[in-house]
Design a protein around this ligand. Structure first.
Ligand SMILES: Cc1ncc(C[n+]2csc(CCOP(=O)(O)OP(=O)(O)O)c2C)c(N)n1
Ligand SMILES: [Mg+2]
Length: 700
């Protein structure tokens, strides 16, 4: 606790860049003019008044929400916002009311969102921890500590790319001291530094992460010292003084706009009302809290302005009265507003696409014209077809960018071969080995108007970046009520069948299909790979494109017809039983079907191609006709996507089925290394054959 008091004491720290040039702290800070000083006071007064009104409403029972008061941190928000352009981007956190007000989010939709009203910024779907208002550059409020930082890097990348050479926008990522211990902070700081991105990492060091004091979660004296590890300048300023914050942020913004990269600004402040409303702060030394109140920033700044003659006592009181009145009146109006219509629950999950069904929806869908590539068309490998789709997208749309590890040098599987040379290493961009930063930067780039295609080398590494994918890419459209869609693609490879062991082989599509907001695609042929990837890049939602490595060298004819998402294809027609499958197992299924044809059994092979959106109509049409179904996938059977398919078939066709629906997939073990063991674990043709024979022989 004592350590925390020590650590809070503001002190300027200047780091040196490798070239030896002094940075922010050593430069003369830009001073705000009188109008800016007054504007900052207005902002601080409004934040304090709104906080007061909200806490009052919660106490009185007229508002119910988990509320993270920013009281005590007003000067940070007023200072940074005044130093920015209105169109600069901001990424903030659950303790974001001060940042949001300062950046210019109108009070009424802001409070309406906090109270879950239909008029809220996100139509009441996001709530207090998820406010977005792109009109004033507020692109994200996240409830996941540290997660906004890689997204900020992506926004900055998009801004830097705009209009050939950047639109000069900077991105401020606002976060707490506790957030500097999470991997996302370090990956984002490093990426932003390596790429020289126009980001300001603004740490609001309020002395605590939840109930843990600064000195108990960090062994350096100042967060700003961490900047040195990434080769960027770091500066610590008094976060209770808006002028100090303004100066540091103005300098950092000038550097960023000049193409000199990111800066870490640490604003040392204090969280006066604890972590969340109702926090009794029993873990805080009362003397420490008392001392913190003597430095309360609104009264302090008021005193400064009055002393300097910029405001009279009466003028300052009038500003505070007006702020209190505006906050109270707006909140009173918002309390009376209606909640969202319950029918809103399924809107904004994905872009409106009337022809496409949700994974479990039973509504009829439109099946595609089944037009397999004609004979005589050029043959190419799945690998080349993917490269071609990427090449075509890069050529057709300047918003398309690629990012991932080693992708400018072909990528580990040669899929991105030649693309950097042709389209530029700034569009086919190598990243550090930072999966969270790769996916987060793709999310941010998509928010900033690009069409990023990120690569995660192996699907098993999804665990390292699942927060960015499942909590951010998948949910931002919904939580913002449609304001912030995330049109990005994540390509990822799976090495099953190549003896690369349990950490490079697992099909994990079930992790993804379970998350509303994500689309999931698994091609089986070269032509589908090209057409589906083109559709993913053109899609307005996040799509995961799964590349099974053993398929990459498989050749086939390729046409240039688009392959829409949500449209299955019968790869082999049949009348007796349907194999519902996808990816490389399609070819196993066709081979087994040919074998069974010799025994007089006519097997239909239905290739789903995309799992979300799912062409449920095609599944039910086929199985409704054959009245028997076997589901085949490479993934482990337990909890796999096959369970979803089997349930859907049973729900719709229970009375018509001639036999139970069987699932064939990997055995429930981590995929083993030894050749024989791996073969035993994976679902080969023999097990499919046995399942089909069992289903055909079933007599009820
Ligand atoms: C990844 C993650 N871990 C844990 C939490 C729970 N949590 C919410 S706020 C918080 C403290 C964060 O402290 P700090 O970054 O200093 O921000 P402050 O709350 O002080 O503004 C924690 C641990 C979370 N939301 N996200
Ligand atoms: Mg904190």
């Amino acid at each position: 606790m004592r350590g925390a008091v020590e650590a809070r004491r503001p002190r300027e720290v200047t780091s040196r860049r490798p070239g030896g040039r002094n940075t922010v702290g050593a430069m003369t800070p830009t001073a705000p003019d009188d109008a800016t000083l007054l504007q900052m006071f207005h902002t601080m007064a409004l934040v304090a008044a709104t906080d007061d009104a909200l806490r009052g409403a919660i106490s009185a029972g007229s508002a119910t929400l988990a509320y993270y008061s920013p009281r005590g941190q007003e000067a940070v928000a007023a200072g940074f916002a005044a130093a920015l352009r209105p169109d600069d981007y901001l990424v903030t956190t659950y303790r974001g009311l001060h940042d949001q007000i300062a950046k210019g989010v109108p009070l009424r939709p802001l409070l309406a969102e906090m109270l879950g009203r239909a008029e809220g910024t996100g139509k009441g779907k996001g709530g207090p921890m998820h406010v977005s208002w792109p009109d004033v550059g507020l692109m994200l409020t996240t409830g996941v500590v540290g997660s906004g930082l890689p997204i900020a890097a992506g926004l900055a990348w998009a801004a830097a790319r705009h209009a050939d050479g950047g639109n000069g926008r900077v991105t401020v990522a606002s976060f707490g001291d506790g957030a500097t211990n999470i991997g996302a902070f370090h990956e984002a700081a490093n990426l932003a530094a390596v790429w020289g991105l126009p980001v300001i990492f603004l740490c609001q060091n309020n002395g605590y992460g939840e109930h843990t004091a600064f000195a108990d979660h960090l062994r350096v004296e100042h967060v700003a010292q961490r900047a040195a590890a990434y080769g960027m300048p770091g500066v610590t300023v008094d976060g209770n003084d808006p002028v100090a914050v303004y100066g540091a942020v103005a300098e950092a913004a000038a550097r960023a706009r000049a193409g000199e990269g990111p800066t870490l600004v640490e604003a040392v402040t204090y969280r006066l009302f604890g972590h969340v409303f109702g926090d009794r702060m029993t873990y805080v030394d009362p003397a420490e809290l008392e001392e913190a109140w003597t430095r309360e920033p609104v009264a302090r700044f008021r005193h400064t302005l009055v002393t300097r003659g910029l405001l009279s006592e009466e003028g300052a009181s009038s500003v505070e009265r007006d702020a209190a009145s505006l906050a109270a009146t707006t909140l009173a109006e918002v309390v009376e507003l209606p909640e969202p219509d319950p029918d809103e629950v399924l809107t904004d999950v994905v872009a409106p696409a009337p022809k496409i069904s949700a994974p479990t929806a039973s509504a009829p869908t439109v099946s595609a014209p089944k037009t397999p590539p004609a004979e005589g068309q050029p043959e190419m490998s799945v690998r080349s077809a993917i490269t071609l789709a990427l090449d075509e997208a890069l050529a057709a749309d300047p918003r398309v960018v690629l990012l991932g590890e080693d992708i400018s040098d072909n990528g580990v599987f040669g899929v991105t071969k030649g693309l950097a040379a042709k389209h530029g290493a700034d569009r086919v961009r190598d990243t550090p080995i930072s999966e969270q930063a790769i996916v987060g930067a793709a999310v941010g780039a998509a928010l900033g108007g690009l069409r990023p295609v990120a690569e995660i080398m192996f699907m098993d590494f999804l665990g390292l970046c699942l927060d960015q994918l499942a909590n951010h890419a998948a949910k931002l459209r919904y939580m913002s009520g449609g304001l912030t869609p995330v049109p990005m693609v994540l390509r990822t490879a799976v090495g099953g069948g190549l003896q690369v062991g349990a950490q490079h082989s697992q099909m994990l599509e079930a992790w993804l299909t379970h998350v509303p907001g994500l689309k999931v695609v698994v091609p089986s042929t070269a032509s589908d790979a090209r057409g589906l990837l083109a559709s993913c890049i053109a899609d307005d939602d996040p799509c995961v494109f799964i590349e099974q490595v053993v398929l990459l060298s498989r050749k086939g004819p390729v046409d240039d017809a688009p392959v829409p998402l949500g449209v299955a294809e019968v790869k082999r027609p049949g009348a007796d039983v349907t194999v519902v499958t996808y990816g490389r197992q399609v070819h196993d299924a066709i081979a087994v079907a040919d074998t069974m044809a010799a025994n007089g059994v006519d097997v239909e092979v239905l290739d789903l191609r995309s799992l979300v959106p799912l062409d449920q109509a095609a599944v039910l049409e086929s199985v409704g006709r054959t009245r028997r179904a076997v589901i085949l996938h490479e993934a482990v059977v337990t909890g796999g996507f096959g369970a979803e398919l089997a349930a859907g078939i049973s729900e719709a066709l229970f009375g018509r089925l001639m036999a139970p629906v069987l699932r064939v997939g990997a055995l429930a073990a981590p995929l083993p290394y030894a050749r024989g063991l791996e073969r035993r674990a994976l679902p080969g043709p023999q097990r499919l054959l046995e399942a089909l024979e069992w289903v055909m022989a079933y007599k009820g």
